[in-house]
Design a protein around this ligand. Structure first.
Ligand SMILES: Cc1cc2nc3c(=O)[nH]c(=O)nc-3n(C[C@H](O)[C@H](O)[C@H](O)COP(=O)(O)OP(=O)(O)OC[C@H]3O[C@@H](n4cnc5c(N)ncnc54)[C@H](O)[C@@H]3O)c2cc1C
Length: 308
């Protein structure tokens, strides 16, 4: 690990940790992929803003939460990865049943915290293994709940470290899709929940987690659903109907339990996973005439040293 240092060479101290040549394997839920040139763990929001202010304009920047929706190619990431997980970690109850949460808080903590405060509406977040930043970027959802249906306001930051408050009207939000002002990332949100019952929320969370465990391969590294559901259908149904459950390329396998999951059986490379995604997509197109669109985001270089 390197000591925090100033990327631009000015002398004000940064308080976070700057790592170089950081393997991304432990920073994504597929447990695959190459190295990042630079990897920054901010100490807190102020430190993150300071870091951004100093980041050279030409430095490529990738925001990372838990990496539970990312396929990071084997050649790794040129530029800087900015990791918010457990770094932007404030989680507070405010008046009017509002939860104020920073981007690096795991969704499961938000669900549990809200339930314990006697608030309902955030239970669906319990089984989403990502951060609130990732959930805002993806409009993550499950069991009928969607992140943006709870958003009262978000806080964003730009490349110069300038913070802004924005209401949902500034964003175009759809199924696993969020488009907002260019060059801004999420640093937090206010979620509007409703008064409820602690025990009822706890029971609901337990039920949702049990349902997940019964239907998803939660014991193996994956990125959840690989493809979006096409309108009026389910990607898993289409893939299963092609007989692809269990199909394997290297250590990447279409899950036997849930056909829209690709699991890493141990030593899958990102290239195995990507090749399997292409195979699944091609087969579904051939058999059903449906063009599946990936839900996971593919980032990085296929070969080391190449640009992203
Ligand atoms: C077992 C399993 C089950 C899953 N189940 C579900 C499910 O039920 N529903 C669902 O919607 N998803 C599900 N997912 C996918 C994933 O958990 C969600 O998409 C989650 O919201 C991703 O959050 P993350 O912090 O891991 O984001 P990352 O994977 O780190 O990033 C995802 C994208 O968001 C961007 N991003 C990250 N943080 C920020 C930020 N602060 N500001 C702006 N952009 C940012 C990244 O650059 C990247 O493009 C599942 C995944 C797994 C492994």
């Amino acid at each position: 690990m390197n000591e925090p240092r100033d990327l631009l060479g000015d002398s004000l101290p940064l308080q976070g940790r700057l790592l170089t040549n950081e393997s991304m394997v432990s920073h994504n839920s597929w447990r695959a992929g190459g190295k990042a040139d630079r990897f920054y763990l901010p100490e807190n929001l102020e430190d993150l803003c300071r870091f951004l202010k100093r980041l050279p304009e030409e430095e490529p920047l990738l925001w990372l939460g838990l990496g539970s929706n990312l396929l990071i190619r084997d050649g790794g990431i040129r530029g800087t990865v900015l990791c918010t997980l457990n770094r932007l970690k404030r989680l507070e109850l405010h008046e009017g049943h509002v939860i104020r949460v920073e981007a690096g808080v795991p969704c499961a903590h938000v669900a549990k915290f809200s339930a314990e405060k006697g608030l309902v509406g955030a239970e669906f977040l319990a089984g989403i293994p990502g951060t609130m930043g990732g959930a805002l970027a993806m409009n993550a959802g499950a069991f009928g709940g969607e992140t943006w249906s709870k958003v009262l306001e978000v806080s964003t930051v730009d490349r110069r470290g300038i913070l802004r408050q924005r209401t949902p009207e500034a964003f175009s939000v759809g199924y696993r899709s969020v488009k907002g002002p260019e060059g801004e990332w999420f640093v937090g949100a206010d979620l509007q929940l409703a008064e409820g019952d602690v025990e009822a929320s706890r029971t609901k969370i337990k039920g949702l987690l049990a349902q997940r465990a019964a239907t998803q391969p939660t014991n193996l590294p994956s990125c959840g659903s690989v493809f979006r559901n096409p309108p009026g259908d389910h990607a898993a149904r289409l893939i299963e109907a092609c007989g692809l459950k269990g199909y394997r390329m290297g250590d990447a396998q279409v899950s036997e339990k849930h056909a829209n999951f690709i699991v890493n059986l141990g030593a899958a490379k990102a290239s195995d996973i990507e090749a399997l995604m292409l195979h699944v997509k091609g087969t579904v197109r051939e058999v059903h005439g449906v063009d599946l669109v990936p839900e996971v985001r593919i980032v990085g270089s296929a070969t080391e040293g190449a640009s992203a």
